[in-house]
Ligand binder design. Structure first.
Ligand SMILES: CCCCCCCCCCCCC/C=C/[C@@H](O)[C@H](COP(=O)(O)O)NC(=O)CCCCC
Ligand code: ADP
Ligand code: CA
Length: 479
């Protein structure tokens, strides 16, 4: 009988592809591509038997998603989200037998609100967002909120032990910064992310809860930034029409205005853990630091008591001063603008955040610090910069010590004067307040209490893989 053949598709990284096809690996690491492998056999019946067996084996892998809920933000980044999904991602999902329910968002917070209340989540194995960090944040908030309400937990109480989300989140990058995707996959490439979703990868991730006076404000997984990054975000929101370039323009503008802010930072250092923010080692796929530090945390009830105990033991430390930037990086915050990130040695899932304090310094020195984010030099090795690995921290701006100051500020006067000062830096009057940039969203309070929840959510990712040397490559048939 005639030979029969069937083509199967399998995701492979550039490095493995290079080994199979004896090509040089491409310089853009961490990208995955589909490869076609054609098997031939003498009988059609045998061929069909092989195909159905392989399909059955794949279907039996419980970690692979079968039904996904997909939200597309059509206005993310360069407004290409819909196109990217339809052209690059949907065909891969179809080929891999993953069924999808696709929703294009109609307004900001459309996805978040649907997930909070409306969406029937039981039938899905995960939720995918197509967009930037803001779109991811919507999905995160919708899912966490829904899980807490269903489980009878009050998200407004900062001391409450939250219930972790079980649905995994996938990110198809189509945004302006794509930091969360870049720092968990190593690249912001839609095809690579789609393939990580298809093979059912899982990467745990820490989540910070942000409260103000016992009222829940927001969750954060990447950057919480006050001062420079808060001001860049506030200024860039008015330039959304420019797309991702808005951040470059606002970045230069805010660097030139050189505003500093007074306030008090208190933090609870992460004690007894493996790793420091100045390590040369990086958080990589299967990170032992994340696994080790997770095991240090006692289980639910005890953990709560330990936190209480360490607070009463006065392990909190307090710093006052004038700061150009206060950043909490719960992950490296690597992105195409800064491939090593704000805190290169931060970990995705170790239950800590790196608190970076940049004190008032000259413009020249601040520029040195910023430029080091884009080179091999250590951005923390400067006299006006300090970094601490913490489990929890609070910030109070100087003029916000009393309730009456707070009311005045939040009633709008502060917002108006701050805005005038920002728009007319020549007036010489430094604004008293910045805003917090919380994963790309502006918080409407400045006095905040932040707590890290270790490995609170799971992404369809596997962390950044170290490039392998060819001798160590696995047999491609075993991938
Ligand atoms: C003069 C040279 C300056 C070089 C500085 C480079 C430092 C860049 C570090 C960027 C860290 C970004 C952390 C991620 C933030 C995002 O969540 C947020 C929203 O993203 P998206 O929703 O996709 O729009 N992006 C930003 O806040 C932009 C920060 C840009 C700062 C220049
Ligand atoms: N249909 C929509 N119209 C307007 N804004 C939206 C819509 N869907 C989501 N958003 C909001 O757009 C903002 C930016 O989204 P994001 O995906 O992060 O893009 P970018 O990376 O370009 O900032 C987020 O705050 C999100 O809530
Ligand atoms: Ca962390």
């Amino acid at each position: 009988s005639a030979e029969s053949s069937e083509t199967l598709f399998c995701p492979i990284s550039d490095t493995v592809a290079a080994e199979i096809f004896k090509k040089k690996p491409r310089s853009r690491h961490h990208r995955w591509r589909c490869a076609e492998v054609t098997f031939t056999c003498p009988e059609e019946a045998l061929c069909q038997h092989w195909v159905s067996s392989i399909r059955e084996q794949l279907a039996a892998i419980a970690s692979r998603p079968k039904h996904l809920l997909v939200y597309i933000n059509p206005y993310s980044g360069k407004r290409q989200g819909k196109r990217i999904y339809e052209r690059k991602v949907a065909p891969l999902f179809a080929q891999a037998g993953v069924s999808t329910h696709v929703i294009v968002t109609e307004r900001a917070n459309y996805a978040r609100d649907q997930l909070k209340t409306g969406a029937e989540l039981q039938k899905f194995d995960g939720v995918v967002c197509v967009g930037g960090d803001g779109m991811f944040s919507e999905i995160l908030h919708g899912l966490i909120w829904r899980t807490q309400i269903d489980g009878g937990v009050d998200p407004n109480c900062p001391e409450e032990e939250l219930i972790p989300c079980t649905l995994r989140i996938g990110i198809i990058p189509a945004g302006s910064t794509d930091c969360i995707c870049f720092a968990t996959v190593g690249t912001n490439d839609p095809v690579t992310s789609a393939l990580h979703i298809i093979v059912g990868d899982s990467q745990p991730m820490d989540v910070c809860s942000v409260h103000h006076n016992n009222t829940f404000l927001q969750y954060s997984v990447s950057l919480l930034g006050y001062g420079f990054y808060g001001d860049v975000l506030t200024d860039s929101e008015r330039k959304r029409w420019m797309g991702p370039a808005r951040y470059d323009l606002s970045g230069v503008k805010m660097f030139l205005t050189h505003h500093y802010y007074e306030g008090t930072v208190s933090y609870l250092p992460a004690k007894g853990i493996m790793g420091t923010p100045r390590d040369a080692a990086r958080c990589r796929s299967g990170c032992v630091v994340c696994q080790h530090n997770r095991q240090l945390l006692p289980e639910k009830a005890e953990r709560y008591e330990v936190d209480e105990a360490s607070e009463s033991d006065s392990e909190w430390r307090t710093l006052r001063g004038k700061f150009l930037a206060i950043n909490a990086a719960s992950m490296s915050c690597a992105c195409p603008r800064s491939p090593k990130g704000l805190s290169p040695a931060a970990h995705l899932a170790d239950g800590t955040t790196d608190l970076i304090l940049v004190r008032k310094c000259s413009r020249f020195d601040f520029l040195r610090h910023l430029l080091r984010h884009t080179s091999k030099d250590d951005q923390f090795d400067l006299a006006f910069v300090e970094v601490h690995r913490v489990r929890r921290f609070c910030f109070t701006p100087r003029h916000c010590q009393s309730d009456s100051d707070l009311d005045l500020r939040e009633n709008g006067k502060h917002q108006i004067f701050s805005q005038i000062c920002r728009d007319h830096p020549a007036c010489g009057c430094a604004p008293a307040y910045s805003s917090w940039n919380c994963d790309g969203e502006i918080l409407n309070h400045t006095a905040i209490d932040v707590r890290v929840h270790c490995q609170f959510i799971q992404l369809f990712a596997r962390g950044i893989e170290e490039p392998k040397v060819f001798e160590e490559l696995p047999n491609p048939c075993a991938i």
